[in-house]
Design a protein around this ligand. Structure first.
Ligand SMILES: Cc1ncc(COP(=O)(O)O)c(C=O)c1O
Length: 425
């Protein structure tokens, strides 16, 4: 490693390495605090850390906390074959390039979106490092500090983290068993001196509640957005994972001005970090350069892997995945009826990974979490999905059924029921 480095410098580096790094006074020092950007406070904690810290409270922990696909639904052999095909193509692709993403992958995505009623030119698609990056890029492009974003209450944690980093102000709008309360949003908007910049929504198989916005609310939401000139960001990681019921059109299918975020994290694997966004042309252009300023472009290898894995395979793969998740969802709903005390309510999602449970009066899901962890079960408390924890969020919790088999789901819910009963006594 030293190459032609002068010997004295090499000695100096080795001496520092031998001595170990000097202790850096922790970031509580006034100096460090002065040097941090204001937005740094939004990175002080991560909810995932808290869940990881609770994992070893029980030797056989059952966690309903995740949001990943089932291990059995990750097509490992197909991904391995796709990786070999992708490497074989790389001889011509080692340079920088493909700012908006590998063209055949963008064409594949556009064809899949077209089947869901979303006409989109592949040139208006940008491949992203997961849809999380899509949220970040839109926020980067649209938000000045203090700008208002309409968010669902409860809302996807990752989006809250991103908007907080851009110092957004929230307009929280409640979600009921049919998704965003568009009537409440309408009343709120009428009172504001200045319209919000963005409406961020997960209208299909919402994270964390699992509910889906019906057609009439979709149309009303879009009409409001048009009236007030607000950009709608539709985040749709779960739309292709419907287990029953008739599909609703994506918002983007009803209005081409919507920014649409998609991902292969739930249909193939989150580790690939391949998602996409579709935006009106002028925005797409700006978003592409915003992405360039962040990471230049996605990995050219991985976008090829995803293309070769998905092409001619994904539809068939999803048939099996839906069957698996449908069974797990049904097991969870049945177990909740068996084990949760009277007064508890929960949603009945037609797709996605999540069921939202509301505990009977007086049981705050945050307070219950240590007791549940000691009993061997984890979930995400509702307050984590809110910018301000109102009563409903305190009593709510998210259960994810995607990664657990049916035996674990039944046992996990039994433990949860026991923890709730012990807590109330
Ligand atoms: C609503 C929502 N948006 C975005 C993401 C992030 O997905 P990705 O892995 O594509 O970044 C998730 C993941 O859980 C999600 O649930």
């Amino acid at each position: 490693m030293s190459g032609s480095m002068p010997a004295a410098l090499v000695d100096q580096i080795e001496a520092v390495a031998d001595a170990g790094m000097p202790e850096v006074p922790h970031d509580r020092s006034p100096l460090a605090q002065r040097r941090l950007a204001r937005r740094a406070t939004s990175f002080e904690t991560s909810p995932w850390d808290e869940i990881v810290a609770l994992r070893d409270r029980h030797p056989d922990m059952i966690s309903f906390g995740g949001g990943a696909p089932a291990r059995e639904a990750v097509p490992v052999a197909r991904l391995q074959a796709a990786a070999a095909a992708a490497w074989a193509e790389m001889l011509d692709a080692y340079d920088y390039g493909e700012l908006a993403g590998y063209a055949p992958l963008r064409e594949l995505i556009a064809a899949r979106m077209a089947r869901q009623g979303m006409g989109v030119d592949p040139d208006d698609l940008i491949v992203t490092n997961g849809s999380q990056q899509g949220i970040d890029l839109v926020a980067k492009l649209m938000l000045d500090p203090g700008d208002t974003v309409v968010i669902e209450t409860p809302a996807y944690i990752g989006a809250l983290q991103t908007f907080a980093a851009y110092e957004a102000t929230y307009l929280p709008v409640p979600v009921d068993d049919q998704g965003l309360r568009v009537d409440v949003l309408e009343r709120e908007l009428a009172t504001l001196p200045r319209p919000p910049k963005l409406i961020y929504t997960v209208p299909t198989f919402h994270n964390p509640t699992g509910v889906t916005l019906p057609r009439d609310r979709r149309e009303a939401l879009l009409a409001l957005a048009r009236h007030y000139g607000i950009l709608v960001v539709e985040d749709d990681p779960y739309g292709e994972l419907r287990y029953d019921g008739a599909p609703e059109p994506p918002l983007r299918a009803l209005d081409p001005d919507v920014v649409y975020l998609g991902t292969f994290s739930k249909t193939l694997a989150p580790a690939l970090r391949v998602g996409w966004l579709a935006a009106p042309r002028r925005l797409a252009h700006l978003l592409a350069f915003a992405k360039e300023s962040v990471d230049v472009h996605n990995e050219r290898l991985m976008t090829r892997v995803v293309y070769h894995a998905a092409d001619g395979f994904l539809d068939h793969h999803l048939v099996g995945a839906r069957d698996l998740y449908r069974g797990r969802r049904d097991t969870l709903l049945a177990a909740l009826s068996t084990h949760l005390p009277p007064g508890t309510t929960w949603t009945h999602p037609e797709g996605g990974f999540f069921v939202w449970v509301e505990l009977a009066d007086g049981v705050a899901a945050c307070d219950l979490l240590p007791r549940a962890a000691a009993a061997g079960v984890l979930y995400l408390p509702g307050a984590w999905f809110s910018s301000h924890a109102d009563r409903r969020d305190r009593c709510g919790l998210r259960l994810s059924f995607s990664t657990l088999d049916e035996v674990a789901i039944r046992e996990g819910v039994r433990r949860l029921g026991e923890a709730v009963r012990d807590h109330v006594v």
